[in-house]
Design a protein around this ligand. Sequence first.
Ligand SMILES: [Zn+2]
Length: 126
Amino acid sequence: MSSNLELKRICQQCGKEFIAKKTTTKFCSLSCGQRNYKVRQRMNKIETENAQIRASHLVHSGPIADHSPEQDLVDIKMLAFVTSMSTSTIFRLIKDPEFPRVKIGGRLLFDKRVVVEYLRRRYGNW
Ligand SMILES: [Zn+2]
């Protein structure tokens, strides 16, 4: 069986056509291979740096994007819903002048996170 391994390939570094002896050969010469290796190393380094920048960006911007102030301000029914308490329990609790509340145009609203912080401080350690 004759070994007919004359494969025409395009060098991945310089773009010239060459005859490869193995199917895995990607470069026309050793120097092209070495040059390409250096380029790839540089590309890998840039990609790693970009990934690190993206990761740190996610960490810093994540919580800000999740919490807009509008979503944290709720009425008493919604507060009951999010805290799993009954509205009558909340009515009893807000007799405490310390209970955090927001009055906007005669409406009584609550900042969920502040209320939870208050409950945690006052009643529990969960
Ligand atoms: Zn080449």
